[in-house]
Design a protein around this ligand. Structure first.
Ligand code: PSU
Ligand code: MN
Length: 314
């Protein structure tokens, strides 16, 4: 029989039992989104950022057929170093558990497992979305549909700029996923501070985000996620002209080589890194750092609201 029990790290188990703030982190960015050995340093740094902000990190992955929420040190090292780890979206979880396989979880699989563990806040770099050329190749990340049915707050730097951003925003609207611009009236552009698209709602504090989460719960309705989109600081963004040029080159290469499906996103991220001499990597890491810090502050604000005594209007 497959082991479908969630394996919580001791730190995460204690925090959840005591209703202390926890932040979920995905592992695909570590295993497939960042180059070795930098990926382990970043994974450690992200966990440390969550802790120093006063919350508990829960990195999610599947190891030897077991779903883990919160990894201990050697498990995190394995995710960063073991080249045999596959990339698991939510639909891959059941086959992976049944086969006893190991893999890193994407946004969709991470959000799914984190929500099942009772974690409400999740930080990543950029969400998956609708790929360019979607009229021919129907490549839309499973992240979107999963977020439409999972009550979790995802802090991100928008969706990856390798995607068709307006089409992705349209899909999120159709799917009923709320989006808050954090400190911005524009939807961020992942490596870039702005995608040029506008957002309908802007918040400026973690407490405002927590208030929206509270209103989501009080309203009921579909269990959709809340996307908190925070831009990478302008000083740390990738040069927009360089970005547009190398992305065009990378998209041509992707098409010429016939790369498809799950391989597309890691391929394009890697191509951008090579073609910008590592500058895209720095922008990516800067974005994730900011998101992890903010996610911890949101988790703390949300835990405070939950702990506050309930008052009723008379
Ligand atoms: N954000 C990053 N780097 C990444 C990803 C997100 O900064 O590598 C990963 C996430 O795990 C996301 C996945 O869910 O890319 C999307 O892949 P696809 O387009 O195949 O759904
Ligand atoms: Mn895809």
């Amino acid at each position: 029989m497959s082991d479908t029990t969630l394996h919580l790290s001791p730190e995460v188990r204690e925090a959840l039992a005591a209703r202390r703030p926890v932040v979920a982190l995905e592992s695909t960015i570590i295993a497939h989104g960042l180059p070795r050995p930098r990926n382990l340093a970043v994974a450690d740094e992200l966990e440390a950022l969550v802790r120093s902000a006063g919350a508990v990190p829960a990195t999610v992955a599947v190891l030897d057929g077991r779903p883990h929420v919160g990894l201990v040190k050697d498990q995190l090292e394995r995710v960063a170093q073991d080249k045999s780890l596959t990339k698991l979206g939510q639909r891959d979880l059941a086959p992976a558990l049944a086969a006893g396989a190991s893999g890193a979880t994407t946004v969709s699989a991470t959000a799914f497992l984190a929500a099942r563990a009772g974690i409400r806040v999740f930080a990543t770099g950029g969400l998956g979305g609708v790929h360019r050329g979607w009229t021919e190749i129907q490549d839309e990340s499973a992240d979107l549909r999963l977020l439409a049915r999972t009550r979790i707050t995802v802090v991100c730097a928008g969706v990856k700029s390798i995607l068709d951003v307006p089409a992705t925003l349209q899909r999120l609207e159709t799917l009923g996923v709320g989006i808050l611009g954090y400190g911005t009236e524009h939807f961020p552009g992942f490596y870039l501070s702005s995608s040029g698209e506008r957002v309908d709602w802007t918040v400026r504090t973690p407490e405002e985000v927590a208030a929206v989460m509270g209103a989501q719960d009080a309203l009921g309705g579909p269990e959709a996620a809340l996307v908190v989109a925070q831009p990478v600081p302008e000083a740390e963004q990738l040069d927009p002209v360089l970005h547009d040029r190398v992305l065009a080159e990378a998209l041509v290469e992707c098409r010429e080589r016939g790369i498809r499906g799950q391989a597309v996103t890691p391929f394009l991220l890697d191509q951008l890194m090579r073609r910008t001499g590592g500058a895209s990597l720095e922008a990516n890491v800067a974005a994730v750092r900011g998101n992890v810090r903010l996610a911890a502050r949101i988790a703390i604000a949300a835990a405070r609201i939950e702990a506050a005594p309930v008052t009723e209007d008379l």
